[in-house]
Write a protein that binds this ligand. Structure first.
Ligand code: ADP
Ligand code: MG
Length: 223
C-alpha cells in the first residue's frame, strides 16, 4: 500500500541545512498497525507529513496504492489526501469557533456531501466515539480526551484507508491517552491502516511493527 524509496527531506535554515530525512526506504501493507519511535528531532513528524502528503520529499519516490504520488501535481495530491488519508495531531488542530459536530462535518462540507448525509454520518461518528452528548460544544468547552475524539472523528469521516497519528496522546493524561489508543486500535481492527508516532515505549510496543528512527534514518523495522 505504501512504499518509500530513497526519501530525503532537507530544510534550509539560513546557511545551515538540516537533513531531516536521510534516505528512507519503507514498505507498509494495507491495514497494518505501525508505530514510529525515536528521539526528538529524529524526523518522525517529517516522515509522517510526507506520508500524509502534507509535505514533499526533496529526493526519492513515494508509491501509494501503486501510484507514484511524488509525480502528482499539487491538486491531485490534495485529492488523494482527502480520499485516502486521515490525520490526527498532538494538539488536535480543531477550529475553535466551530462546534464539535461542525468540526467533524467540515471535510464532508468541503467534499460537497449533502446535509442529510453529513448530519447522519456525524451523529454516528459521535456515537461511536462516545461524544454523542457534546455535539454543540466548542473545542474550548471540551476536555483534552474529548477534543482528540472529535479530531479522530473528523479524520475518519471521509472513510480513509490510512490514519496517521503524530503523538496523539502527547497532550493527554494517562487515562485519556489510553482511551484514545483503544479507539485508534479499534479502528485498525476494522480495517484502517494505523501509523502512529509516539515517544511512549509502552504504547509503541502495542503496534504490530515498531519503526525506530535516529537522525533521519530508520534503524529498525523498515520491513
Ligand atoms: P521529530 O518529529 O522526530 O521530533 P521532526 O521531523 O519534527 O522531528 O524534525 C526533524 C528535524 O528537521 C529537526 O532537526 C527539525 O528541527 C527539522 N525541521 C522539521 N521541520 C522543519 C521546518 N519546517 N523547517 C526547518 N527545519 C525543520
Ligand atoms: Mg514530531
Amino acid at each position: 500500500m505504501i512504499q518509500l524509496d530513497g526519501i530525503h527531506r532537507i530544510f534550509q535554515i539560513g546557511d545551515e541545512q538540516v537533513h531531516a530525512l536521510n534516505g528512507i526506504n519503507l514498505s507498509i501493507d494495507k491495514a497494518e498497525y505501525v508505530s514510529i519511535m525515536g528521539p526528538s528531532g529524529s524526523g518522525k513528524s517529517t516522515l509522517l507529513n510526507i506520508l500524509g502528503l502534507l509535505d514533499h520529499p526533496d529526493e526519492g519516490v513515494y508509491f501509494l496504492d501503486g501510484a507514484d504520488v511524488t509525480s502528482f501535481p499539487d491538486e491531485k495530491q490534495a485529492q488523494t489526501r482527502h480520499d485516502k488519508i486521515g490525520f490526527v495531531f498532538q494538539f488536535f488542530h480543531l477550529i475553535p469557533r466551530l462546534t464539535a459536530a461542525e468540526n467533524i462535518a467540515l471535510p464532508m462540507l468541503l467534499a460537497g456531501i449533502p446535509p442529510n448525509i453529513r448530519h447522519e454520518r456525524t451523529q454516528q461518528a459521535m456515537q461511536d466515539l462516545g461524544i454523542g452528548n457534546r455535539a454543540n460544544h466548542r473545542p474550548e468547552q471540551l476536555s483534552g480526551g474529548q477534543r482528540q475524539r472529535v479530531a479522530i472523528a473528523r479524520a475518519i469521516i471521509m472513510r480513509p484507508s490510512i490514519l496517521l497519528a503524530d503523538e496523539p496522546t502527547g497532550n493527554l493524561d494517562r487515562k485519556s491517552g489510553h482511551d484514545v489508543i483503544d479507539i485508534l486500535e479499534e479502528l485498525n481492527k476494522n480495517g484502517i491502516g494505523l501509523i502512529m508516532v509516539t515517544h511512549d515505549p509502552d504504547l509503541g510496543s502495542r503496534a504490530q511493527r515498531q519503526i525506530k528512527m535516529i537522525d533521519g534514518r530508520i534503524v529498525s523495522g523498515a520491513d
